[in-house]
Design a protein. Structure first.
Length: 162
């Protein structure tokens, strides 16, 4: 399977960030747990990209472990908003330039304020979407955060609340 460079990969290449591409067979959207299973990546290291809109109309990107739920109150507080809500699936491409299941926190049309769940700091690499369905990227979260201007915060529901 020939590797197709995505905006996310081009961005990492341009910024000289080391990453590993993990390809998997997939024709349509599938959930993150299935992708992690196919790729042999532990759930705690597999992160999903969620896009929200704040009361102000600004967009925010939250990157959290695939098996966890975003706590919208914590997310809003981190973003400095009264509240945030998930954008509609139909708006993902318009806002990010990516499609559902291939939305990467790297190389969106516009760089929105991005927050990784603090658990990412426990690892020397995490997997995020490669910018298209069928592709994940293993990358150092601290190096990535520095180059995209992201921060780290506790933004997930406690495990027993989910």
């Amino acid at each position: 399977m020939k590797e197709i460079k995505t905006n996310a990969m081009r961005f990492l290449d341009k910024n000289k960030i080391i990453y590993e591409v993990v390809q998997y067979e997939c024709d349509e959207f599938t959930d993150g747990l299935s992708v992690a299973d196919r790729c042999g990546i532990p759930y705690d290291r597999s992160f999903k990209t969620l896009v929200t809109e704040g009361k102000s109309g600004n967009y925010y990107v939250f990157v959290i472990p695939i098996a966890r739920e975003l706590d919208l109150k914590k997310a809003a507080k981190t973003a400095g908003e009264k509240s945030v809500e998930m954008i509609h699936v139909k708006d993902i491409n318009k806002v990010t330039g990516y499609i559902r299941g291939g939305c990467s926190p790297i190389g969106m049309k516009k760089q929105y304020k991005t927050v990784f769940d603090g658990s990412a700091l426990n690892y020397d690499w995490v997997a995020v979407s490669g910018g298209r369905i069928g592709s994940s990227l293993k990358v150092n979260p601290q190096v990535l955060a520095k180059v995209i201007g992201a921060s780290f915060a506790d933004i997930c529901h406690e495990r027993d609340e989910a």
